[in-house]
Design a protein around this ligand. Structure first.
Ligand code: SAH
Length: 218
């Protein structure tokens, strides 16, 4: 497939960055990442015009690409530093993983839908993101092979805090998790302040597809 990023897309992307700034996103590195990643590559071509509106959008397998504002907030809460080893649970379209990668994190991303896992495994290198490690599996269990992580980001609504993920977070590390089983989830930032000690902060309400157990093959 040919990926075309033209002046119209670039203009729309600039406008999206301005919208996010107006909504209170101030971190220049995050805004630069959003300003440079062609989000329309992550949506079906027919929906080009939707790519730069600040909304979530359906992708394959009944899942969604998160709203840009939500991506910006979750990324900001993680306080990404160059070289951070980050686990993302819920690869979806792969967009959030690319934002993390642009901030020079070492990104591992896990997806339970085999179809989405396969798609992003081909697509991300195709558009130049060669160093994102895509994994297929149940993110509730994390990726023990690659633990510990400096940061863990959950991009689906979690009815509980996965204990395995807390274990795979290094002491001093940060986890960002939309928490709640209902229609909306409360954004929680968890800081692992000691081996058995967590500090939790609340950061407002958002709407996510649910974090589900097990995997879904093709
Ligand atoms: N981060 C994505 C948005 C993801 S939507 C993006 O940038 O596009 C949430 C994703 O989490 C969906 O693709 C869903 O299949 C996945 N998911 C839900 N439960 C999961 C689990 N237990 N492990 C891994 N992925 C999960």
């Amino acid at each position: 497939m040919q990926y075309n990023d033209n002046y119209r897309h670039k203009g729309l992307r600039k406008k999206l960055v301005e919208d996010l700034r107006a909504k209170g996103i101030q971190d220049d590195a995050i805004l630069d990442a959003i300003g440079s990643i062609p989000r329309h590559f992550f949506l079906d071509q027919a929906f080009d015009d939707w790519a730069y509106k600040d909304v979530a959008f359906p992708i394959e397998a009944g899942q969604t690409i998160s709203q840009p504002y939500t991506v910006a907030i979750q990324t900001w809460l993680l306080q990404i530093k160059k070289g951070d080893k980050v686990l993302e649970v819920g690869t979806g379209s792969g967009y959030q993983a690319c934002v993390l990668s642009m901030l020079q994190a070492k990104v591992y991303t896990i997806e339970r839908q085999e179809k989405l896992f396969r798609k992003t495994s081909d697509f991300l290198p195709e558009i130049g993101f060669n160093n994102i490690r895509t994994l297929f599996g149940d993110g509730y269990k994390g990726a023990p092979r690659f633990a510990p992580f400096d940061k863990i980001l959950i991009t689906a609504g979690a009815p509980e805090i996965p204990v395995d993920l807390i274990q795979q977070l290094r002491t001093g590390g940060i986890m960002v998790i939309p928490f709640g089983a209902g229609e909306t989830q409360e954004m929680i930032r968890i800081i692992k302040t000691g081996e058995n000690q967590l500090k939790k902060e609340k950061h407002g309400y958002f709407r996510f597809v649910p974090l589900l157990k097990g995997t879904n093959g093709e």
